[in-house]
Design a protein around this ligand. Structure first.
Ligand code: AMP
Ligand code: GLY
Length: 420
């Protein structure tokens, strides 16, 4: 089987690696650290009819209709059309669909009018959550306990000053609390197979301090998640969503990424993404022991019944992102990366590349905010974590930073007391 993966980050590196166990894989455009990367556009790669499956990594091309254009050429594609991709492209569309399908989510209102939005906001108990309707590169969400700050944010978003047109409609919603988990649901338009949950660490600093990022680390499996969470998510969230989409004429073949909060009231959906998470899917994909290419092809063909349920190693995977100076605010690029070979030499560790390129001398240099991911696998979280951080200790470039607390055990009460 020949597979083309579209995208250029760590998620695409993981997809290419795991698909590559059973298929021939090309990645477009990929990056300097992903084997099989080529700058040739996907439309050209599929032109001779030799490609069996295209897997689209990021949301933007899906929102822009890449999957529709390829399907119109007779290509088998894993990834929703532009209609289904609206689940990520428009939070208002997503929330209205959740309400119609009676899926547990935060109470919300959708507004274009400032006074209506402010009135709804002021009636909430707080903290406050204000989101842009459109894609805002992960930066369109404000969570604050300060009503004045939330009000100012509503005004900035609706006036178009903060996020342009993506902000001219806002979703204001009830604040939820609890651990956040990611569940990736492989969908064939009608049926779903949910992969084991992962957790993403979104803030830039240790202890969840500092600005939001695309994700600074991840781990899977999650000892605190209910044993049957994947099944519960399939039944309570994904199947009703697919049925609601179908009733609107939308045949969703791709991954639905459920961002869930495990509240005291049960799991609630924070958001859907229409693609695998980055970096959170990487710790799930590397644990997969069954055939990923076969699974995604069956979903793309609209019939998951033709494949056996996927299975996963019971090892734990812990991923730590190494980011460039200034990320996430203003990442510096062009710094020379050292020590990757030594990192890969650590037992149970591997490196996946996200924002890298080669300079004029052929050296690997940084080209983005999130530069590379180190994954450690081990018998439990402690071993996986030790391996990941051991490998990471070999990697360096000027200004590199990473979190030190990915998958760290919660401080126990006795540790907390002994610190006082
Ligand atoms: P989103 O892009 O919708 O996933 O939001 C980004 C982040 O904001 C989430 O990962 C949560 O940490 C936080 N968040 C979003 N919605 C809520 C909510 N209703 N209550 C509390 N936190 C939220
Ligand atoms: N890491 C979160 C995401 O992929 O959206």
């Amino acid at each position: 089987m020949k597979v083309v993966v579209v995208g250029s980050g760590g998620r695409e590196h993981a997809l290419a690696q795991v698909l590559g166990r059973t298929a021939e894989v090309v990645v477009t455009p990929g990056n300097a650290g992903i084997p099989g990367s080529t700058p040739v556009p996907v439309e050209e790669l599929v032109a001779d009819g030799s490609v069996d499956l295209v897997v689209v990594g990021p949301e933007q091309p899906l929102v822009d209709g890449l999957a529709d254009r390829l399907r119109a050429q007779g290509v088998r594609v894993f990834g929703p059309g532009a209609d289904g991709a609206r689940l990520e492209g428009s939070k208002a569309f997503m929330k209205e669909l959740l309400a119609a399908a009676r899926i547990p989510t935060a109470r919300f209102g959708v507004f274009e009018d400032e006074e209506d939005a402010l009135a709804f906001l002021r009636a909430l108990p707080g903290p406050y959550v204000v989101k842009t309707d459109g894609l805002a590169a992960g930066k369109g969400v404000l969570v604050t306990a300060d009503l004045a700050e939330a009000e100012a944010d509503v005004r900035d978003k609706l006036s178009g000053t903060a996020f342009g047109d993506a902000g001219r409609r806002v979703v204001v919603e009830e604040y939820l609390s609890g651990p956040e988990v990611s569940v990736f649901a492989v969908c064939d338009g009608e049926r779903t197979v949910c992969l084991p949950p992962a957790q993403d660490f979104k803030r830039v600093g240790d202890g969840d301090e500092g600005p939001n990022t695309g994700g600074m680390g991840a781990w899977s499996p999650l000892p605190f998640a209910p044993e049957d969470l994947a099944q519960q998510v399939a039944e309570t969230f994904i199947e009703p969503t697919l049925a609601e989409l179908r009733s609107r004429g939308i045949d969703y073949r791709g991954v639905l990424y459920a961002g869930l909060m495990l509240t005291s009231d049960g799991p609630k959906l924070l958001e859907y993404n229409v693609r695998f998470g980055d970096p959170d899917s990487q710790v799930v994909l590397v644990r997969m022991e069954s055939d990923l290419a076969e699974l995604l092809s069956a979903a793309a063909d609209g019939d998951l019944r033709t494949v056996d349920a996927p299975f996963f190693s019971d090892q734990t995977a812990v991923l730590v992102v190494a980011a460039s100076e200034g990320y996430p605010v203003s990442p510096r690029t062009g710094d020379r990366i050292e020590g990757v070979d030594d990192a890969e030499g650590v037992d149970g560790a591997s490196v996946l590349f996200a924002g890298v390129t080669v300079d004029g001398t052929g050296s690997l240099v940084t080209s983005g905010g999130r530069v590379l991911n180190v994954i450690g696998t081990g018998a439990d979280a402690a071993e996986a974590r030790t391996r990941a951080y051991d490998a990471l200790s070999h990697v360096t470039w000027p200004g590199m930073h990473h979190r030190a607390d990915i998958a760290a055990p919660e401080p126990t009460i006795s540790q907390e007391l002994s610190r006082r």
